[in-house]
Design a protein around this ligand. Structure first.
Ligand SMILES: [Zn+2]
Length: 196
C-alpha cells in the first residue's frame, strides 16, 4: 500500500503521511509539489473524499523536504518553477486554516493545525530564520531522528525541539505502529535506518 501510494505522492514519506491521515493520527498534512505532480494527487483526494487546498503562492524551497517554512514565496504567475503547497484533510476547515496561516506567515498557528507539539512549534518560531534553516538535532532515538529525511526515512514531520522531546517521541511511536500494521517490511526498514 505504501509503495502504491508513493507512486501517487512521490515518496514513501509523503505516502506515509497520507496513511497517518487515513488512520486519524494526523488531521491535516502539508506537502510541496510542482504543478505536473498535482493531477494524480487531486484525483486520489477526490476519490477518498479528502479536501485539498492549494496555496495561492509558489515557493522556491530552501529544503526540498518541506521542513523549512521559509523558502522564498513567489506569485503564482512567476515564471520560475516554484512548488505549491497543498493542505490535505478530511475536514475542509483544517485544510483551509493551514493554508490561511501559512499565507499570513503565522507559523505558530500553522504548527498547531498541523498537530506539531507546542514545545517544538515554539522552538521553531524562536530559532528558525534565513541563516538558520536546518534545526536538525543530533539524533538519540529513531522516533525523532530526522537526519535521514532526504533519504525518505523519517517518522515525524517537524523539527523536534530536542531529540528527547517526549511529545515528538509519542508521535513517532504511533506513526511507526501505523506503518507496522500495514507494511511490516517498510516498518523494519525505517527502524533499521533510523536506529541510533
Ligand atoms: Zn518538543
Amino acid at each position: 500500500m505504501i509503495k502504491k501510494l508513493s507512486l501517487i505522492f512521490g515518496s514513501k514519506t509523503k505516502a506515509e503521511e497520507i496513511i497517518y491521515l487515513l488512520s486519524g493520527l494526523k488531521k491535516v498534512v502539508r506537502q510541496g509539489y510542482y504543478e505536473p505532480e498535482l493531477p494524480k494527487i487531486e484525483k486520489f483526494c477526490k476519490e477518498k473524499d479528502f479536501y485539498l487546498i492549494k496555496s495561492k503562492f509558489k515557493v522556491l524551497l530552501a529544503d526540498e523536504t518541506n521542513y523549512s517554512n521559509k523558502g522564498i514565496k513567489i506569485k503564482e504567475d512567476d515564471k520560475r518553477a516554484g512548488m505549491y503547497f497543498v493542505y490535505i484533510s478530511k475536514e475542509e476547515k483544517e485544510a483551509l486554516l493551514a493554508s490561511y496561516y501559512e499565507l499570513i506567515d503565522n507559523y505558530k498557528e500553522l504548527g498547531s493545525v498541523l498537530g506539531y507539539p507546542r514545545c517544538c512549534v515554539d522552538f521553531f518560531v524562536r530559532n528558525f530564520n534565513e541563516n538558520n534553516i536546518n534545526l536538525q538535532q543530533i539524533p538519540s532515538n529513531l522516533y525523532t531522528n530526522i537526519t535521514k529525511r532526504e533519504n525518505d526515512c523519517v517518522l515525524i514531520s517537524h523539527f523536534p525541539c530536542s531529540s528527547g522531546c517526549e511529545e515528538s517521541i509519542k508521535i513517532g511511536v504511533k506513526n511507526l505502529q501505523a506503518i507496522t500494521e500495514i507494511d511490516q517490511t517498510r516498518a523494519e526498514e525505517l527502524s533499521r535506518e533510523l536506529k541510533c
